[in-house]
Design a protein around this ligand. Structure first.
Ligand code: FPP
Length: 253
């Protein structure tokens, strides 16, 4: 389906056309560095442009009725990048929230975080804590940042917590179920993503939501994240609506 063909459906009101909007969308915001390189700009210019895209997509996801938007913003592996780039990325939550928090509050959005807060600079932690606190009472879309996040670290963290519950006699091994395990993850029992979007042409998961993506529909595009527009998001949603999700079962038709 062409984007031009979908134009009319992007108008508010015509959005859902009776079809399901994915409840939980996860995005790997990739391609900032390549976007900058193509323009002979430093990598951080790519991240700044990526943040602009993020603002647009948060607003659009909220507008069309997505329930949870999970954004991969900084992985546990990203510490390997040059210190200047890491410093810049660490400052982005503060910059973003300083500017956007009033709007997030007005839009009834709940800010949430997955990852290890320990190890983040104090200013970054403070900005995140303020956003969590100020939006805690909201009831709208959950804007869930994966920051200092790694899927394997998340699983190990859950296993360690479960083991200590067993050691202290609060839990018996036989009581462990998939549902219960999910509650020990950073995502704390949120519904799993229905749709994963990865821009920039890479066809991999990159240690993102390893447990939660078990039955998620995957959608890839060559578009680099700073060039990603709400039309691309909508294209992914439309394709998602055509997919038949069988969860290991058989077709209903
Ligand atoms: C991956 O692109 C992107 C990141 C590591 C950072 C993504 C962060 C943002 C878009 C903004 C985050 C903002 C807040 C408020 C948390 P890359 O650098 O790996 O791109 P490349 O593969 O082209 O080099």
């Amino acid at each position: 389906m062409t984007m031009a063909g979908n134009k009319r459906e992007l108008e508010p009101g015509g959005l859902t056309a009776g079809k399901k909007i994915p409840r939980h969308v996860a995005i790997i915001m990739d391609g900032n560095g390549r976007w900058a390189k193509k323009r002979y700009l430093p990598r951080i210019a790519g991240h700044r442009a990526g943040m602009k895209t993020m603002r647009k997509i948060v607003e659009f996801a909220n507008e069309i009725g997505v329930g949870i938007l999970s954004l991969y913003a900084f992985s546990t592996e990203n510490w390997k990048r040059p210190p200047r780039e890491v410093d810049f990325l660490m400052r982005l939550p503060e910059e973003y929230l300083q500017r956007e928090l009033p709007l997030l509050i007005e839009k009834n959005i709940v800010v949430s975080i997955m990852g290890e807060p320990a190890g983040l600079p104090a200013r970054t932690q403070k900005a995140i804590d303020t956003a969590l606190e100020k939006t805690r009472g909201n009831t709208g879309m959950i804007l869930n940042f994966a920051f200092n996040y790694g899927g394997r670290t998340e699983i190990i963290h859950a296993v360690k917590t479960l083991c200590s519950e067993i050691v202290y006699g609060h839990l018996h091994v036989d009581e462990i179920t998939e549902d219960m395990f999910g509650k020990y993850l950073y995502s704390g029992g949120m519904p799993d993503p229905d749709l994963l979007i990865r821009p920039s042409g890479e066809l991999r998961i990159s240690n993102f939501l390893l447990w939660q993506l078990a039955y998620t529909e995957l959608w890839f595009t060559d578009v680099l994240w700073p060039d990603f527009e709400k039309e691309h998001f909508w294209e992914a949603v439309l394709e998602y609506q055509q997919r038949e999700r069988r969860f290991g079962g058989v077709s209903k038709f």
